[in-house]
Design a binder for this molecule. Structure first.
Ligand code: SF4
Length: 548
């Protein structure tokens, strides 16, 4: 008996399509070239991804191209396109937009469901070209080397159009020739011809300042069912040593406030013209809200025009009362602050320099704005973390709780999220080890015991360690990846495929390690990261002596 699909339990494909609102010209067109834009996860997850929507819009604006969406199904296949239910195996190209390491597993599953050989060397002229792009290409796409005919490295807005042009002009050529010609595109990484991802310069898209990523299709069946998303900045001007956004992505760019308002009004006008009730909530997507020089002005202007706003990330040491009030009045129930580490000492080491005083001042503003629910986000198992820092985390969380409860009227709620540290590629901590699951369990348990009355959450270890392995490993992870895709747990897959976990994630790496994602001869990012790692190490010595 065939398994039922998730979609058969939820809304049908037809219901999903009928309930979508389209913004701008993003209709599916007929075209001689057939492309599938695949998101290696479910419909609702893919449709909440702004990068996916942006690339879909780009490809659909190219004449002569039929670009359908493809999402992960959970029956045995064959995998079909979302709109017209064509078997994916018959398309000219299947482009995967990959934002997270853990979705590598779904990518492998989708190739299996599509009956496309996993190994690029076993494909022939009958098979679609398998192309990988997305945020992951800034980090470490090497585990996908076996599967991808081509990877489009960096920000995809322009390079994807150049590739589709190439696909159109090379139609009818033999596969090997199409692959060879694709390699001439700047930013194209062709595993059959290049030694490693680090050989290829990643592309950036500076026009984002005028042409940001926007919601193009709104659906009630995704996380942002009532919110039109607008990217107001890309990158981050800070360099927290654990974070990829500040180090790996190109320089910080901002959308002017006037342009943001113009776009929001355009969304509204489209709804009115289509006879729909306008969606009035605008989600401002940014990694660094207050580093945008016009953030407050933008929020104020939008609010004055009757828009509700959401902001994806706000730093606790930069919070302002007016912004918090806009967020509160826009329906946000709980605010998340992210000190990341529990002592000033460790925050200096990781370069997230929020002082105790600024955190408490931020908490006061959250209470004053009328929030009753506060979430505090910390990482555990950070490089250079000591028992002193973990005790500091407990003290700080208790202090924040008392401070928050003293300032709100009525009852409230404080939640602490503890996220195990994952050493990410192209950050200053890429050389650092990950703590073993049993150590993390012990740490979380001890913290939980010392925080009575506070809800303590920790993500599933499965997701965290899978991410750690896939972030750090190379092409030789393919057997591991395929074993997980076939249903093994990460531990069983690691055992079955003799993965050297000790070396891969549980040990610090020496400074001279040549990671596959590094540019040849080390680029500026790699050099800065190494210098920053040494600074962190020096701070550890000096800050320890100060705090002891
Ligand atoms: S953690 Fe936030 S502030 Fe720090 S670099 Fe990353 S995005 Fe920027």
């Amino acid at each position: 008996m065939r398994r039922r699909t998730n979609q058969s339990r939820g809304p049908s494909r037809r219901q999903l399509i009928e309930n979508e609102r389209l913004y701008g010209d993003i209709r599916l067109r007929e075209g001689a070239v057939s492309v599938g834009l695949a998101y290696p996860n479910r419909y609702g997850v893919g449709m909440a991804n702004l990068g996916y929507q942006t690339i879909l819009h780009r490809i659909r604006s190219i004449p002569g191209v039929s670009a359908e969406r493809v999402f992960q199904g959970d029956d045995e296949g064959p995998l079909k396109t979302f709109e017209t239910q064509k078997p994916v195996g018959g398309l000219d190209a299947l482009l995967f937009s990959v934002s997270f390491e853990n979705d590598y597993v779904n990518l492998v599953r989708m190739l299996n469901q599509a009956r496309i050989p996993l190994d690029r060397e076993e494909r022939d002229d009958r098979h679609p070209m398998i192309v990988v792009g997305g945020a992951i290409t800034f980090l470490n796409p090497e585990p996908l080397r076996k599967y991808a005919d081509l990877m489009l490295m960096g920000e995809g807005e322009e390079i994807v159009c150049e590739y589709i042009d190439r696909l159109q002009s090379d139609r009818g050529e033999a596969r090997a020739e199409r692959v060879r010609r694709a390699a001439t595109i700047a930013g194209a990484y062709v595993p059959a011809l290049h030694g490693a991802a680090g050989e290829v310069e990643r592309r950036s898209y500076m026009a984002m300042k005028h042409d940001p990523a926007l919601t193009r299709i709104l659906t009630p069946y995704s996380e942002f069912s009532d919110t039109l998303l607008m990217e107001i900045s890309r990158g981050c001007p800070r360099r927290c040593r654990f974070c990829t956004v500040g180090s790996a992505f190109p320089k910080f760019r901002m959308l002017p406030a006037d342009k943001a308002v113009e776009i929001a009004e355009r969304f509204r006008a489209e709804d009115v013209a289509a006879g729909r009730r306008p969606v009035n909530k605008v989600g401002l997507v940014t990694a660094a809200f207050f580093d945008h020089i016009e953030s407050e002005r933008m929020a104020e202007m939008l609010f004055a025009r009757g828009f509700e706003i959401g902001a994806s990330s706000v730093r606790v040491d930069q919070l302002t009362l007016p912004l918090l009030e806009y967020l509160r009045k826009s329906g946000l129930q709980a605010l998340t602050i992210a000190p990341e580490a529990g002592t000033e000492r460790l925050r200096k080491i990781i370069a997230k320099e929020a002082t105790d005083e600024k955190i408490m001042a931020g908490v006061s503003k959250v209470a004053a704005a009328g929030f009753r629910s506060l979430r505090i986000y910390y990482m555990v198992g950070l490089p250079f973390e000591t028992e002193h820092d973990r005790a500091g985390l407990v003290n700080e969380a208790m202090r924040i709780r008392s401070h928050f409860y003293n300032q709100i009227s009525g009852s409230g709620r404080v939640t602490v999220s503890l996220h195990p540290f994952v050493p990410k590629p192209r950050t200053s901590f890429q050389w650092s080890a990950m703590r073993r699951p049993k150590d993390i369990k012990k740490i979380v348990l001890a913290i939980r015991k010392q925080l009575p009355g506070i809800r303590v959450k920790c993500p599933s270890h499965k997701d965290v360690y899978l991410e750690g392995i896939l972030a750090r490993g190379g092409e030789d992870l393919a057997p591991f990846l395929e074993s997980v895709a076939a249903g093994s747990s990460w531990q069983a897959a690691a055992r079955e495929t003799n993965l050297p976990l000790e070396e891969l994630i549980y040990s610090d790496r020496p400074g001279e390690t040549a990671f596959p994602w590094e540019m040849e001869g080390k680029d500026r990012v790699d050099r800065v990261n190494w210098r920053e790692f040494q600074r962190a190490s020096d701070l550890n010595t000096t800050e320890v002596s100060q705090s002891s």
